[in-house]
Design a protein around this ligand. Structure first.
Ligand code: ADP
Length: 191
């Protein structure tokens, strides 16, 4: 059974990773699908988000990472996926997620949305929270996979409001490190 895990992942957090790992235990194959999401101004371009997810999930053999510009149900049909995996953090997620699940059901009756409840330690965590902390130089190591920490610090190091690189980061900022095409936004506009 193939399950899609669609989202913006701007950037992937430890909360996303927890859902991905649990999904990989439940389904034969999980495909993380990065969508542009026209209603949000992304920090990272899609190519960089794909790279971040791939570098964070090398331990999961039944995981694939892809991007798509279109309807989730269209991608599901192309991949013959029968499950849409989504995470639920709080009541605030529920209304939107239920609406999406019902909408998708009207578009593809054989596609089932499966919700995984967040692990309690990540119930507060969102990509927006990470960006807000990073913008002001706070610690994010406990919130995102290691593969993402350096990208975010590099991004905000270019920004006057952004975080200072630690001495350790400066050493790790080698030419092999992936280029960052991020677009930091002004305070208070985290997407
Ligand atoms: P979207 O733009 O579709 O909301 P996100 O990248 O924000 O994409 O989230 C993708 C999915 O991951 C959503 O189902 C969201 O509820 C879920 N999710 C996000 N953060 C967490 C978390 N900390 N714990 C569990 N699920 C989460």
């Amino acid at each position: 059974m193939i399950a899609l895990y669609p989202g913006s992942f701007d950037p992937i957090t430890r909360g996303h990773l927890d859902i991905i790992e649990r999904g990989c235990r439940l389904f034969d194959q999980v495909v993380v699908v990065v969508f542009q999401n026209s209603s949000k101004k992304p920090l990272f371009p899609v190519t960089q988000r794909l790279d971040q997810i791939r570098r964070s999930t090398t331990h999961l053999p039944n995981l694939e990472v892809d991007s798509f510009d279109g309807l989730t149900v269209t991608y599901a049909q192309i991949r013959q996926a029968t499950v849409l995996l989504r995470g639920l953090r709080a009541i605030s997620d529920f209304e939107f997620e239920l609406q999406m699940a019902h909408t998708n059901k009207t578009l593809a009756t054989d596609l089932e949305t499966v919700f995984l409840a967040t692990s309690t330690e990540y119930s507060f965590l969102s990509s927006s929270v990470v960006k807000e902390i990073a913008r002001f130089g706070g610690p994010i190591d406990h919130l995102v996979p290691p593969a993402v920490v350096l990208d975010i610090r590099k991004c905000y190091a270019k920004n006057p409001i952004g975080s200072a690189l630690t001495a350790e980061d400066s050493v790790r900022l080698t030419p092999e490190a992936p280029p960052t095409g991020c677009r930091p936004m002004p305070p208070g506009s985290a997407g």
